[in-house]
Design a protein around this ligand. Sequence first.
Ligand code: FAS
Ligand code: PHB
Length: 393
Amino acid sequence: MRTQVAIIGGGPAGLLLSQILDLKGIRSVILERKSREYVLGRIRAGVLEQGLADMLRAAGVGDRMDREGQIHEGTDIAFAGKRHRIDFAGLTGGETVMVYGQTEVTHDLYDARDALGGSIIDEAKNVEINGIDTHTPSVVYEKDGQIHTLHCDFIAGCDGSHGVCRTSIPADIRREYEKVYPFGWLGVLSETPPVSRELIYNHHPEGFALCSMRSNSLSRYYVQVPREEKIDDWGDERFWEMLKRRLPEEISASLVTGPSIEKSIAPLRSFVSEPLSYGRLFLAGDAGHIVPPTGAKGLNLAASDVHYLSDALISYYRTNDEDLLRRYSETALKRVWKATRFSWWMTTLLHHFPENEGFGDRIQQTELEYLFSSKAAQTVLAENYVGLPYEPS
Ligand code: FAS
Ligand code: PHB
């Protein structure tokens, strides 16, 4: 088999890249390890920056998002029993975010790929990438017991944090930066009306809590739990009790609880691998970096990587010029590190760090009090949350 761009991974990064390239006449094949049903069953991100929403619209994948998604002009941050609003639109000259689940984005992308006859090979096992330091790379994989080789010009590593592409970059070239947080997020999806029209990021001495949603009848809640917690130890009642304890009285009083239709624990870490490219291999999305979900940046960074990588590939196939490809890693990492900083800052501001008792707690409280006394401080939060501009390639 032969194609122009072999894409490893059929999550949002791989699907969006394939769709954008297809619309420019560039052929790609997506190799996805799991079944489509498994990929579409994942519950993950919920907030889309303007940049990602615009990319989906430009790729012909924005209609259902514009029909069913919710535009949010601000968010609440609650601490010391009170809630304060960050007015995104007012502080950024009108910028907003779109609340629309990653699960729906992935559904829409699969539908769009099918509509264009895109080539997605799911349940592709034992993917191995070869020749990335040559002009004739290839991918070997197993499907239905048969071994196949896919010859290509480029390989896009969109295979997430547990993929094979990142570690195909030689260890002596690769530099990894990591910060592991001593806690995770226990998340619940429930068919209940959201407790508030906008999201509420809630600081509490016991631990962080987040009130989010997918629609007016589907709510998404998270509580900070110690890293070693096991999901089997968390019945719904225990979850709702903890959430209510952490929310300000006026919010928990109006919380509608119900059975969880999904419940999972995600560990939190910050991780960046440099460079994001090596020879004819280019990493995009979680394959190259991971952020704690506190800043709602993971999915949105996958989008900006795809923006830069698709620009570079389109430019190459149009002009045979490899300049943008050569500069992809440096360009993408500038935005990755800014979002990594913001996600670290939001996580540090809002979570309880047992090892910080005393001085650390007082600094955190001072930071929160300063945030709500300073329009400048709120503007910094707002412009990062709605998404910093995509730097010109
Ligand atoms: P993905 O991980 O989505 O997709 C990678 C794909 O590659 C997967 O389908 C995988 O099966 C496939 N793959 C892996 N190895 C392969 C191989 N060897 N061969 C072929 N295919 C392979 N972000 C937020 O903004 N907010 C959140 O609340 C949030 N919650 C999250 C919760 C969890 C549990 C996780 C894991 C992530 C969460 N994220 C969140 C981040 C998440 O949304 C990612 O940023 C987003 O999925 C990135 O998309 P991709 O880069 O496409 O990676
Ligand atoms: C979500 O709705 O899943 C969500 C929203 C905002 C975040 C993280 C997760 O920062």
